[in-house]
Design a protein around this ligand. Structure first.
Ligand code: HEC
Ligand SMILES: [Cu+2]
Length: 468
């Protein structure tokens, strides 16, 4: 059935003229060993005018690694990383591909490169049991940016565990020169434990079938492109991102906060399909190439604009741009004033914090409270509890917090507004009631009153219940 359908599809699609000369003697081609690169690094342009015979070798390996802080996962990998290494060849190259499956693997693996014309995209020719290696060859008939992934049954599970990466087949003329190129791959993870649940998490088939990931990430883990792992550029430089979506399920709405894509090579093809783009759609098992010039210093935020994925599930990366400011393009904040509309009463916002149901010991409350804090409080009080001067009071060494337990519970339970003093500094803002459960409140107060040098007795659920 499926094959008949695919065949029909092939018949209906206008044939693509291939410029590749199949008559050249491949034994006479220069042989080049490629060095694939690990994300976010991109192999250098081939800078070739003629085809070559390329040797690529990748090892599959199953290994335990970090998925998020405190959360480990047994990744199945190409090359020991998620995503697997990026391969760069040129249109018309003849590629000898070797897949080695490490002896410690528990599973057979193979590779389906979307750039390959042939049975299973190479899956059939590369099926490899642990402790073996396989080689097959293919001609890079079509230029573009292609996903590769493992296609061993159960295929979804091999992909969900981390087995994907990208191969770039450069058009014959190459791509226009840019100052920086980066390799970014989005994907989802389906561990048994809820988002934030600590320890080694096994794969959850049911969540994967329901397409309900706990994590959506760039380059294999929450925070893989944040802080000191951010990618970098300088004001005035041009940037190209080779963006892939390993899936296994979700479509990405790829967006960079604080920039506009000058050019998008839609769906990872070789033509600029659109200019001046805010968000580009990248299907599971698909790609896009985006280019932009960075004009002012800032931290650009890469996201999947299905935005809860970015801020709650991990699909967030950073591109730090350094250089001189330019007020002709962007001034930064020029006015900072208090705005309190009349009747600005305490509002209520629903909580998204998820905490384990039963928590008893101090350690358990502290750990659960940390995730409540990051979900429900950190946006205002900041990740380190330092607050923001003039707006959100600090929780670090806060005399307001530590002096009166009942008042602390009331603050989180009912919200707080009106003038207060924290360590002698006046604040007059509005903290909304967050709609947290008594248990979450006990946990988060245990966390904040014992973090950043604070010290206090544990808060229990019955302490919180008593405050009406
Ligand atoms: C929307 C922003 C916002 C969120 C979210 C928020 N707060 Fe507050 N918080 C404030 C503001 C503003 C004040 C000061 C209110 C005032 O001036 O009366 C405050 C005051 C406090 C205080 C008392 C002052 C101090 O610094 O000790 C505590 C304790 C506190 N918040 C804890 C929390 C905790 C715990 C959470 C998460 C469960 C949280 N807040 C979530 C804005 C927020
Ligand atoms: Cu596999």
């Amino acid at each position: 059935m499926i094959y008949a359908f695919l065949f029909l599809l092939a018949m209906l699609t206008p044939g693509q003229a291939s410029a590749v000369d199949l008559n050249i003697d491949i034994t006479k081609l220069p042989v080049i060993e490629t060095t694939p690169t690990y994300a976010p690094n991109v192999p250098p342009p081939t800078n070739r005018k003629t085809p070559a015979r390329i040797k690529v070798s990748i090892e599959t390996k199953e290994l335990r690694g970090r998925l998020a802080d405190g959360v480990d996962y047994t990744f199945w990998t190409f090359g020991g990383t998620v995503p697997g290494p990026m391969i760069r060849v040129r249109h018309g190259d003849y590629v000898d591909f070797t897949l080695k499956n490490h002896p410690s693997s528990k599973m057979p693996h193979n590779i389906d490169l979307h750039a390959v014309t042939g049975q299973g995209g190479g899956a059939e020719g590369s099926f490899t049991t642990p402790g073996h290696s396989s080689t097959f060859s293919f001609r890079a008939l079509n230029p573009g940016l292609y996903v590769y992934h493992c296609a061993t049954a159960p295929v979804g599970m091999h992909i969900a565990n981390g087995m994907y990466g990208m191969i770039l087949v450069e058009p014959e003329a190459g791509f226009p020169k840019v100052d920086r190129e980066f390799y970014v791959v989005q994907s989802e993870f389906y561990p048994k434990g809820k988002n934030g649940a600590k320890g080694l998490q096994p794969f959850d088939m049911e969540k994967a079938v329901k397409e309900q990931p706990e994590y959506v990430v760039f380059n294999g883990a929450v925070g893989a492109m944040n802080g000191d792992k951010a990618i970098n550029a300088k004001v005035g430089e041009t940037v190209r991102i080779f963006f892939g979506n390993g899936g296994p399920n979700l479509v990405s709405s790829f967006h960079v906060i604080g920039e506009v894509f000058d050019k998008v090579y839609g769906e990872g093809g070789i033509k600029v399909s659109q200019e001046q783009v805010q968000t580009t759609l990248v299907p599971a098992g698909g790609s896009a190439i985006v280019e932009f010039k960075v004009e002012v210093p800032s931290t650009l935020i890469l996201v999947d604009h299905s935005i809860f994925r970015a801020f709650n599930k991990g699909a967030l990366g950073m591109l730090k741009v350094e250089g001189p400011a330019n007020a002709k393009i962007y001034t930064g904040k020029t006015v900072d004033a208090i705005y309190l509309p009349e009747g600005g009463a305490i509002q209520s916002i629903a909580s998204t914090a998820a905490a384990p149901k039963v928590t008893n010991t101090f350690e358990e409350r502290f750990a659960a409270g940390k995730s409540v804090y990051l979900n429900a409080c950190a946006a205002c009080h900041q990740a380190g509890g330092e607050g923001i001067a003039g707006a959100f009071p600090p929780l670090v060494k806060s005399d307001f917090l530590l002096a009166n337990r009942t008042r602390a519970i009331e603050t989180v339970k009912k919200g707080l507004s009106g003038p207060i003093k924290v360590n002698g500094v006046a604040f007059d803002g509005v903290m909304p009631a967050l709609g947290l459960s008594d248990e979450d409140i006990a946990n988060v107060l245990t966390f904040v009153s014992n973090s950043w040098g604070n010290k206090a007795k544990m808060f229990t659920t019955s302490d919180v219940k008593k405050v009406k």
